[in-house]
Design a protein around this ligand. Structure first.
Ligand code: SAH
Length: 492
């Protein structure tokens, strides 16, 4: 993949000082995923052009990483990774042009803040989910003149029509540092690749690179969601931090998952649109009603995430105590903030614990009810049996409520479709038959009976968007934990 930066105007050679690379030399750099070369295809009195060429190692790329999903069997070998501008190009920018990106120029420090006539050329850009319009929405608010032309699928066979890739030129009078920051953030956003893990470090990188322009960018929510690979908890953290910097009114970005679910459209003649509460609110009401009908007083919310259900139960139910458990410290941090906003009598009924549900945990024993709300689909299928063991054999609450997406209903969600999942972290989404079979096996194995429920408006063909089950321990069950192989030792 290739990026060409070009400078015109009075002193185009300023570009080479800022990039910290001599215009007469071609330099090569090793990267974790391949190698980069920096060279100057043109350097004259009126124009200086620097090219960053990144070659990825196709063998390393073809080795699937944990949690990575291929869409087709050939996908690991035949894909656009070697040529479409992506986060790998951002990473090359930061490694090869780090001083320029961070605003350092020891020999000519006065150049750092000088706006120059700059042009960036990106020969191949994926621009998923919007094409040229998306490129414009991202770069025009930052002051760029945008030129985008669609690439043919194969220039030798024009009758095959256009590809889904664009060639893009961006022009502005701006500093080299600002242009590199914009590219660094926007390249992965345009690419919207979902296949690698991001952590809190990416939030830091996003906020650092975007500190002067992201908070006020009209596409802030999209930029944050895509840069952070749709990890909801990270997005929230980024929005909170952007808002805390006082740059903008409170974030309006809702969870991507809920956004997708909000597009659920059952039969046209259903209740007045917009009047029904969002699906996650309906799940909370369903949980509250199921708990109160069974007089559960002490509840453990397994995989509590950002703590919405905890806060809701503390405020709107007659449970006396609720413990939230999650594996993610970040989710718990956000949950903690939410709980801190409760009144003291509600706050003291809630407790948070960090823990993984695929391990037996004595702290989870002794509750009247356990809830697993939109959690099982985040667990690798081969580890799900450890969760079943920890929840149904060890914690063993007499009542267990489980909800999970109904995959069939995705067909009625614009932007999701029958073959995609609602969230990038989902490891699976089940049909109603698959969920029902799982419930039957779990109930049978651990001595429970179960009833299936549907949450959300039901489509006559696809059912409701959320499927749910209420497990109740059979009173005749005297079984101890069934024999199982030893526990996994490392937590991934
Ligand atoms: N129940 C919440 C959150 C659902 S998102 C809600 O309905 O909004 C799924 C949550 O499960 C995430 O917060 C994730 O961190 C958590 N999770 C995933 N795997 C887990 C595991 N092995 N142990 C504990 N929590 C887990």
């Amino acid at each position: 993949m290739l990026l060409i930066l070009q400078c015109t105007g009075e002193s185009p050679d300023d570009l080479s000082w800022l990039l910290h690379k001599h215009p007469d030399r071609a330099q090569r750099f090793d990267l974790s995923f391949g190698r980069a070369q920096l060279f100057y295809p043109h350097n004259s009195r009126d124009r200086c052009a620097a090219a960053l060429l990144v070659e990825v190692d196709p063998v390393a790329l073809s080795r699937a990483k944990p949690g990575q999903r291929s869409t087709t069997p050939l996908e690991p070998y035949v894909n656009d990774r070697p040529y479409a501008a992506s986060s790998m190009l951002s990473s090359a920018i930061s490694q090869v042009l780090g001083s320029a990106l961070n605003g350092r120029c020891e020999k000519r420090p006065e150049l750092v803040d000088r706006p120059l006539e700059l042009e960036a050329t990106l020969p191949v850009v994926a621009a998923h989910g919007g094409g040229e319009a998306l490129v414009r929405r991202l770069f025009e608010p930052l002051g760029y003149e945008v030129h985008a032309s669609r690439l043919a699928l194969d220039p030798h066979f024009q009758e095959w029509g256009p590809s889904s890739y664009w060639s893009v030129k961006l022009r502005a009078k701006t500093t080299v540092r600002a242009m590199l920051e914009h590219l660094y953030v926007m390249l992965p956003v345009l690419d919207d690749e979902q296949h690698y893990w991001v952590s809190e470090n990416e939030v830091e990188k996003l906020l650092r690179k975007g500190r002067e322009w992201l908070a006020a960018h009209p596409e802030r929510e999209l930029v944050t969601a895509r840069f952070l690979k749709h990890q909801r908890a990270l997005e929230r953290l980024a929005h909170e931090r952007l808002d805390a910097d006082g740059a903008r009114e409170p974030a309006i970005g809702d969870a991507v998952e809920s956004e997708l679910e909000a597009r659920w459209s059952p039969q046209k003649n259903s209740d007045a649109p917009g009047k029904t509460p969002p699906l996650d609110a309906r799940r909370r009401e369903w949980v509250r009603d199921a708990l109160s009908a069974r007089r559960a007083r002490r509840v453990v919310d397994l995989g509590c995430g950002e703590g919405k259900l905890l806060a809701y139960l503390a405020q709107h139910s007659d449970v006396s105590h609720v413990t939230g458990v999650d594996v993610s410290p970040l989710a718990l941090e956000i949950a903690q903030k939410r709980l801190d906003r409760l009144g003291p009598s509600q706050r003291e009924r809630v407790e948070l614990l960090q823990g993984s549900l695929v391990y037996r945990d004595a702290r989870l024993v002794g509750f009247d009810a356990a809830t697993l709300i939109e959690v099982i689909e985040h667990v690798e299928p081969e580890r799900l049996r450890w969760l079943e063991d920890a929840v149904f054999a060890v914690a063993k609450a007499p009542i267990v409520l489980v909800t999970t997406p109904n995959r069939e209903a995705n067909a009625a969600m614009p932007g999701v479709g029958p073959d995609t999942m609602r969230h990038s972290d989902h490891r699976f989404e089940w049909t109603r038959a698959e969920f029902s079979a799982w419930c039957a096996r779990v109930a049978e194995t651990y001595g429970y009976r179960f009833a299936l429920h549907a949450i959300g408006d039901e489509h006559e063909r696809y059912g409701a968007p959320t499927q749910a089950a209420i497990f109740e321990q059979r009173s005749d069950d005297r079984s101890d934990a069934p024999a199982i192989p030893s526990q996994p030792e490392v937590q991934s």
